[in-house]
Design a protein around this ligand. Structure first.
Ligand code: UFG
Length: 336
């Protein structure tokens, strides 16, 4: 398989912790580095080694050597789009500059494979949906640009050094580990399904619907929601491909290729919880496109992966189960 460990940066965070589980479940050995600014050490599965460290720390090459790392999955970074608009330098530091440092550490240590968390935000406002990887990338916020700049660095570095890479452009990631081992724990969430299950568990009294006048079937925004465990397994499949075909790199949309509106998501939450969660109809959020849906034909034919959890009610059920478990945790563990 791989003659060494996989380093997972941000492995104490939401998507990273699920990737750790998928890697361990597939038989890989894992070392996590995370600075615990938004992640939680308890979110790292006990089978993985854990080092509390930032990705730009000068000691990273030492960790790579000490653990015999042969692949890096890079999840660490900042992810809140409106914050990227008000504090762009934070995003160019945490996402672009820190990743430059990590890639340099990888090249220095001779790590041959790199998988990067990219985003549908690299496309900006799409000219057409579903969106294909060859469509124009014109980010409309610093978050998307900070990720696109990293994709560009990887392309150039892979042309110059013996390293191949996969960039997975995530659509809307949601849900939680079906076995209840991890989920979205960071406080101050802004993502729709997380917010809706917080309302279902009494942490909020209503859900705001941002925009009811989009050109969509019911006027609310349409997104391609992908279960976090399917996404995590896609990373493992991408890693296997990078190992099998060392000369080749890939940029792949990670979505299911179908969209649900905000109202359809909230209907699913009502169904699953058997509640009627209050919807507050509000104006559009700045920068929200009407519809983001992946053309996922490339990922389906490139890597050995097929969605197993393409079911909106199932995604909501898993998110809700995690939210309930989180509510029972000791407050100190729940979030910072
Ligand atoms: N929404 C609401 N109410 C809320 C939260 C969201 O109506 O309380 C709506 C949004 O307006 C949007 C949809 O629900 O129509 C989804 O919004 P999210 O905030 O859950 O997700 P985004 O589509 O805005 O963001 C996602 C990723 C980002 C990525 C972006 C690409 O989470 O990381 O897609 O544009 F950058």
């Amino acid at each position: 398989m791989l003659d060494g460990k996989v380093m997972v940066t941000g492995g104490a965070g939401y998507i990273g912790s699920h990737a750790v589980l998928a890697l361990l479940d597939a038989g890989f050995e894992v070392v996590v580095i995370d600075n615990l600014v938004t992640g939680f050490d308890w979110a790292v599965d006990g089978r993985a080694a854990f080092v509390e460290m930032a990705v730009e720390d000068p000691r990273v090459p030492g960790v790579l050597a000490e653990h015999g790392v042969r692949a890096i999955m890079h999840f660490a970074g900042s992810v809140v789009v409106p914050e990227s608009v008000s504090d762009p330098l934070k995003y160019y530091r945490n996402n672009t500059a820190a990743t430059r440092s990590l890639i340099e550490s990888a090249v220095t240590a001779g790590v041959p494979h790199f998988i990067f968390s990219s985003t549908a935000a690299t496309y900006g406002t799409p000219e057409r949906v579903p969106i294909s990887e060859s469509d124009p990338t014109r980010p409309i916020n610093p978050y998307g640009m900070s990720k696109l700049m990293t994709e560009t660095m990887l392309r150039d570095v892979a042309a110059a050094h013996p390293i191949n890479y996969a960039c997975l452009r995530y659509f809307n990631v949601a849900g939680a580990d079906p076995q209840g081992r991890s989920g979205q724990s960071t406080v101050g969430a802004t993502h729709l399904i997380k917010i809706a299950v917080e309302a279902a568990t009494g942490k909020r009294d209503a859900v705001s619907v941002f925009g009811t006048d989009f050109e969509t079937r019911d006027g609310t925004g349409v997104r391609d929601y992908i279960h976090v465990s399917d996404l995590a397994e896609a990373h493992v499949a991408a890693l296997k491909l990078l190992i099998a075909q060392p000369g080749e790199s890939h940029i792949l949309n990670a979505g299911y290729g179908r969209g649900f509106s905000v109202m359809e998501v909230l209907d699913a939450v009502d169904r699953v919880t058997n509640m009627t969660i209050e919807r507050r109809l509000e104006g559009r959020r700045a920068g929200d496109p009407a519809e983001l849906v992946a053309d996922n034909s490339a990922i389906l034919k490139t890597i050995d992966w097929a969605p197993k959890r393409d079911d909106l009610d199932g995604i909501v059920k898993d998110a809700l189960a995690w939210e309930r478990a989180l509510a029972e945790r000791a407050p100190a563990e729940r979030g910072r």
